[in-house]
Design a binder for this molecule. Structure first.
Ligand SMILES: [Zn+2]
Length: 505
């Protein structure tokens, strides 16, 4: 059985998409999860894009132990050098370089002739190879390139030392049958192709990224580039969980396998959506909230009689928690930490103690503490950093025929700061009071509320996005009270602002 390599580009293509930017600490967190998921390659970023990108690629390269770590570079010496510098500490580094090969891109964007493009691609790969043994070459806009020209370019870069050839459908234009033919043509016409990984990178502009990826794999592609939750430029990339579960569920048809630990799929999806604040649509395949929910009575009846009637894969196979009552207010710390271990979290004693304190507060308010609650608690905790302001208490007075007022107390350098403010509703009043305590104002860019579990006593999770002086930060708050969750999220975002300021000196 052939093993298809999974090349994850959540931290590069995904991170580039609107609303998905991550800071260094968050990128490291995602990279760690990708290792648990057992992806073969982690594309950590575009090293030359900014000092922040460089630092992130470097930090990920130094912390990842098993997966290959790649950095993107244009087909330019300075880009390749920068990637090489950032990847130095990696156990398995890979320099990824790209150049467009379609007539439109060559003529209008690059203003180069095909022969010039061919020469530059070859030179870039040869240079990258002199620094790093693993080199991927991407022919940007391959799906709109002349196949004959693609063959020539690929043959030349393989001779120059490329170990991975990537065929991107950069603009999401290809149809599955067509993409199948393109990959077959490459397989049949490029000398040396059998010695390298043949990779595809599909975009979802017409909703066909996963279909095109699967068609390419059938035609002989050996590596699939994808992202968690399908995030990425414009309509996104091929979603990792969909490609992997399609191959796993239809192994009878394809006969292919991957190295992915599918039981880490749910955790990975949650982590990326929590960190970016971009939630997953409920009907999203594999990881959407409804993906395994059987609503119709006739379906429920069937599933109860035999799961196979309507279930083509099990929730457990992607690591979906069963959402059963596991802990209550009488549960001890030992049971608590054991359950966290079972859920796949490796926490320090300090982190466990901090999370346990929060758990006790939650168990007092909510009678059933589920796995989803625990995940939300722990995830809130893992992202904590030194706090300038600590949330203490709040009081709200609000109604439909009165002006909402809020009093908020924060702790700052061991002193209490308390302020009152009015606002357009309780949340607005509370945010105004927080700004008074802090003594600065921020622009609220986005405000998202979602419930962690069902039921009246469910925990609300609030994500806010703030901006100030060109900096953007995200904050997250969790509570059974939505106003409290909002205040916590606001304070968290403000703390991130001060933390960023400190990091930048
Ligand atoms: Zn892309």
């Amino acid at each position: 059985m052939r093993t298809i390599r999974i090349f994850d580009t959540t931290l590069r293509d995904g991170e580039q998409s609107p609303g998905c930017s991550m800071n260094l600490q968050e990128k490291l967190e995602v990279a760690r999860q990708l290792e648990k998921l057992k992806v073969d390659v982690i594309e950590a970023g575009f090293a030359i894009a900014s000092p922040g990108d460089f630092m992130a690629v470097k930090a990920i390269a130094e912390s990842v132990k098993n997966a290959t770590v790649a950095s993107l570079s244009r087909a330019l010496k300075k880009d390749i050098e920068r990637s090489y510098e950032a990847l130095k500490g990696a156990v398995n580094p890979c320099i990824h370089t790209f150049l467009a090969t379609s007539p439109t891109h060559m003529q209008y964007k690059l203003k180069m002739t095909p022969d010039e493009v061919l020469a530059q691609a070859e030179e870039a790969v040869r240079y990258a190879k002199s620094l790093c043994s693993d080199v991927e070459f991407s022919a940007e806009d391959a799906s709109r390139s002349e196949p004959e020209f693609l063959y020539r370019v690929f043959e030349a870069v393989i001779k120059a030392g490329a170990t991975r050839i990537n065929v991107p459908d950069t603009v999401g234009y290809a149809m599955p049958e067509e993409f199948y033919e393109l990959i077959r043509g490459i397989k049949e016409n490029v000398r040396g192709i059998e010695k390298v990984e043949l990779s595809v990178h599909c975009h979802n502009d017409l909703g066909l990224a996963v279909a095109n990826t699967l068609a390419a794999i059938r035609a002989g592609a050996t590596q699939a580039e994808c992202t968690i939750n399908g995030i990425g430029e414009r309509a996104g990339n091929a979603s990792l969980e969909e490609v992997v579960m399609a191959l796993a569920t239809r192994q009878d048809l394809y006969g292919f396998t991957t190295n992915i630990n599918t039981r880490q799929i749910f955790n990975s999806s949650r982590l990326v959506s929590t960190i970016t604040g971009v939630s997953v649509q409920p009907n999203k395949a594999i990881v959407g909230a409804n993906a395994f929910a059987h609503e119709a009575g006739i379906h429920q009846h069937g599933v109860l009689a035999n799961k196979k009637t309507y279930e083509i894969m099990t929730p457990e196979s992607i690591g979906l928690p069963e959402n059963v009552i596991v802990l209550g207010k009488h549960s001890g710390k030992h049971a608590f930490s054991e359950r966290l271990k079972e859920l796949g979290y490796a926490l320090t004693d300090e982190q466990i103690s901090a999370a346990f304190e929060k758990f006790k507060v939650l168990a007092d308010r909510k009678k059933e503490v589920t796995d989803l609650d625990l995940r939300a608690l722990v995830e809130a905790d893992t992202f904590e950093m030194p706090s300038e302001f600590i949330f203490d208490t709040f009081v709200i007075n609000s109604g439909n025929k009165m002006t909402a007022t809020a009093v908020v107390k924060l702790l700052h350098e061991d002193k209490a700061v308390e302020e009152a403010a009015t606002g357009d509703g309780p949340v607005d009043a509370a945010f105004n009071a927080v700004e008074r305590c802090v003594g600065e104002s921020f622009v609220l860019e986005d405000y998202i509320v979602r419930s962690v579990t069902g039921g009246k006593d469910a925990q609300g999770e609030v994500i806010v996005k703030l901006s100030k002086n060109g900096k953007k930060m995200r904050g997250r708050g969790l509570s059974t009270d939505v106003v409290e969750a909002s205040v916590r999220a606001y304070v968290d975002a403000i703390n991130r602002y001060y933390y960023q300021m400190k990091l930048e000196g």
